[in-house]
Design a protein around this ligand. Structure first.
Ligand code: DAT
Ligand code: MG
Length: 140
């Protein structure tokens, strides 16, 4: 498996509780390198566009309101098999189902307030990285 890049968000529930450093440590301990990072606050329109794939789901409104409720940290993570590796470190969407040692098991509050986002495939990783970062901001 080649070196990949994936897109990550440290979500409002985690930035609010000052967990940014602990979450980044989990990425780094798993062999993922932070090659871009910034703290931003999304507008409602940006949150709705980012999560557009879920627009017909019953939780869409709640999800978008949550994502704009506090600043977030958007990052690009690089490493061997980075997309799957990041998903493994994140754990299952619902923290009740997440494995021991994963970010969501340790830090998530609920299925909605689940501390992190990570791209789920190479195409979405590419799109999500390009949405938040210019090429000049990616420093491998
Ligand atoms: P993931 O973030 O693990 O890729 P997803 O893409 O299915 O999960 O959903 C995106 C986000 O939407 C998820 O991180 C939290 C929220 N969400 C998903 N299912 C939900 C549910 N049943 N109730 C409330 N929020 C939900
Ligand atoms: Mg997803």
């Amino acid at each position: 498996m080649a070196i990949q890049r994936t897109f990550s968000i440290i979500k409002p529930d985690a930035t609010k509780r000052n967990l940014t450093g602990k979450i980044i440590a989990k990425f780094e301990d798993a062999g993922l390198r932070v090659v871009a990072s910034k703290r931003i606050q999304l507008t409602l329109a940006q949150a709705q566009e980012f999560y557009g794939v879920h627009k017909d789901r019953p939780f869409f409104g709640e999800l978008c309101e949550f994502m704009i409720s506090e600043p977030i940290v958007v990052q690009v993570l690089e490493g061997e098999n980075a997309i799957q590796k990041n998903r493994d470190v994140m754990g299952a969407t619902n923290p009740a189902d997440a494995a021991e040692g994963t970010i969501r098991k340790e830090f998530a509050l609920s299925i909605g307030e689940n501390s992190v986002h990570g791209s789920d495939a190479p195409e979405t990783a590419k799109e999500e990285i390009a949405y938040f970062f210019s090429g000049l901001e990616l420093v491998g």
